[in-house]
Design a protein around this ligand. Structure first.
Ligand code: FES
Length: 172
């Protein structure tokens, strides 16, 4: 992260930071980060710096916590976050092939977002549905026993819905 915390003259940023602090309190670093992530979909550096300025929490504390937990992201996520389980059961059931298919179809890699802002790929540890391996989650929906052609069809379905302008945001 670069040098930040020179945003005091940005009143919109300050207002947003104050709203977040009013909601979470000044001391709970994780709660603040969760609220920022929830509101913005990621952790914008300028906003974190403004919150650090207002709370007195060291910006390094925010980064220390945020890099420890996978729930936080420093870059904007796509509208559809495609989580591919890479746990043992999924791995031995072909998660690597699914990963190749995802990368191939979306032209991005793990933790990247498509230029149109539609998809992000995230590989994750076991999500507790090993009997359905290999497992993919898109938004909050789980797809078990996936195959490369199945995942391609799912992605294509989303692309088609989005081009028609009638998607419901992650619930295909
Ligand atoms: S290893 Fe994938 S759900 Fe458990």
């Amino acid at each position: 992260m670069g040098n930040c915390c020179n945003n005091a003259d940005n009143s919109a940023l300050q207002t947003e930071a104050e709203e977040i602090i009013a909601f979470t309190g000044k001391e709970k670093t994780i709660s603040i980060l969760q609220e920022v992530q929830k509101r913005k979909g990621y952790l914008p550096e300028a906003l974190l710096c403004e919150i650090a300025r207002l709370t007195g929490i060291a910006i390094s504390d925010f980064y220390g916590v945020a890099t420890f937990y996978s729930q936080f992201s420093f870059t904007p996520l796509g509208k559809y976050v495609v989580k591919l389980c890479n746990g043992t059961a999924c791995f031995v059931s072909g998660a690597d092939l699914l990963y190749e298919t995802l990368c191939d179809f979306l032209k991005i890699k793990n933790n990247e977002t498509t230029p149109d802002g539609l998809f992000t790929i995230e590989t994750v540890a076991c999500i507790g549905c090993c009997s359905l391996a290999p497992v993919v989650m898109i938004g909050d929906r789980l797809y078990g026993k996936q195959t490369p052609s199945g995942i391609r069809d799912l992605l294509q379905e989303i692309v088609t819905l989005e081009s028609a302008g009638n998607s419901d945001g992650g619930k295909v």
